[in-house]
Design a protein around this ligand. Structure first.
Ligand code: V07
Length: 258
């Protein structure tokens, strides 16, 4: 009897997972989903592990969610991997984080190429260690001609910093006569941001309980749906991702696509 109940329960869980996926597939798929991957350090601490163990576990979630985004036909998945504020963390933690793009290259490049994924980065590249930047460059070169999912890592990214750089560039273009002051519009701003050429995020997800946007895509998320969960990033699964998208689909149906 217990065995029967167990298998029935497991079976209904699988059904739930599949029916959620098929419901999501039948609705409008967001073009761009952006995620603040919070809670790696807390996940580790709760288990008596060093913070870096949480970052390592978080890489597995990156793999799972990138696969899910690809399967749904999402155009852009932006993952907030390292903020301009994160340099204030302990030296050993920063050093570890800066090795993750190499680790990701080693373990994921083959599959990403097979999936026709294009890897990009937004953020200030100039302060990154040479070994980190070279892994990112290798990623970009190996996936440059791919036309599938854009897997966009926000690394040494800060939205205010991004906006200030855009302002400086626009001032330069005005001073050199390339742009008239009165012709500065949203399109001029958009092409001066790191996200130039990408659609604005339709959906922004933040894991691990904080209800803040923390200097992430402030200009770009003017009309985004926001979705928060208490689940930490290492515990975040494709079903949570599908749930966020289903909620987004209900909201955009109710309020119209503005
Ligand atoms: C980082 C793993 C995921 C959890 C959140 C923070 C830690 C993937 C990358 C990455 C970046 C660029 C690239 C390829 C992979 C990464 C950092 C941290 C700094 F081209 N995950 N991940 N970069 N974490």
């Amino acid at each position: 009897m217990i065995r029967f109940l167990k298998s029935w329960f497991a079976g209904s869980e699988a059904l739930d997972e599949e029916s959620l996926l098929s419901r999501v597939r039948s609705g409008p798929i967001p073009r761009h989903v952006a995620i603040i991957m919070d809670g790696n350090g807390r996940w580790a601490k709760k288990r008596g592990l060093p913070r870096v163990a949480g970052h390592r576990e978080g890489m597995k979630t990156v793999r799972e969610i990138a696969r899910a985004a690809d399967e749904l036909g999402i155009e852009v998945l932006t993952l907030y991997s390292f903020s301009t504020e994160n340099w204030k963390r302990p030296r050993e933690e920063v050093d570890y984080l800066m090795k993750l793009p190499e680790e990701f290259l080693r373990t994921e490049l083959d599959e990403l190429v097979r999936r026709n994924v294009q890897v990009r980065m937004i953020g200030d590249e100039t302060q990154l260690p040479a070994h980190t930047l070279s892994a990112i460059r290798r990623f970009q070169e190996a996936t440059r001609d791919n036309s599938g999912l854009i897997l966009n890592f926000a690394l040494n990214y800060g939205s205010r910093d991004e906006i200030l750089r855009a302002v400086r560039q626009i001032v330069e273009e005005v001073q050199s006569g390339k742009v008239d002051k009165d012709a500065i519009d949203e399109a001029v701003m958009n092409r001066c941001l790191y996200t130039a050429g990408l659609p604005d995020p339709d959906l922004v997800i933040r894991t691990s309980g904080e209800i803040r946007v923390s200097n992430f895509m402030l200009w770009q998320m003017a009309y985004s749906e926001l979705w928060f969960t208490d689940i930490s990033w290492p515990d975040f699964r494709r079903n949570h991702f599908f749930q966020a998208i289903e909620d987004y689909q209900h909201r955009s149906r109710r309020f119209g696509a503005v």
